[in-house]
Write a new protein. Structure first.
Length: 121
């Protein structure tokens, strides 16, 4: 698979049926995070941070599915709006390829560090 708006669009169309479920589960996990964060004890606190991280990852995945399901360049009729749409699509590709994965890795590493910190004390 190459890195392009078209390949991301094919991937998003294949898994677009999961978008609503991902949004709902993300919201549920965030609510559980807020409920669990009112009890700041060691293991429970690291578990709530993990819930927030998982919620963030699901939210980013749902946004990916939503933003690449339909490409605007396929619906533009004038050359100017086609170029604007292509620039926007490539900006989203760069964003989801270069920026989001390091953030996703960081959101998964932080709960592990917190868990190790609280389990050592």
């Amino acid at each position: 698979m190459s890195i392009s708006p078209e390949s991301y669009s094919l991937l998003a169309k294949k898994y677009s049926h999961l978008k609503v479920k991902l949004f709902l589960v993300s919201a549920l996990l965030m609510i559980l995070f807020f409920i669990g964060s009112s009890f700041p004890t060691g293991i429970l606190w690291s578990f709530t941070i993990f819930l927030a991280s998982l919620s963030t990852l699901m939210f980013f995945t749902a946004i990916f599915l939503h933003s690449f399901k339909n490409l605007d360049s396929q619906n533009s009729y004038t050359p100017f709006w086609y170029r604007v749409a292509r620039i926007t699509e490539w900006f989203k590709v760069i964003l989801f390829t270069a920026v989001v994965p390091p953030l996703a890795i960081a959101t998964l590493v932080v709960p592990v560090i917190v868990f190790i910190k609280f389990s050592a004390t």
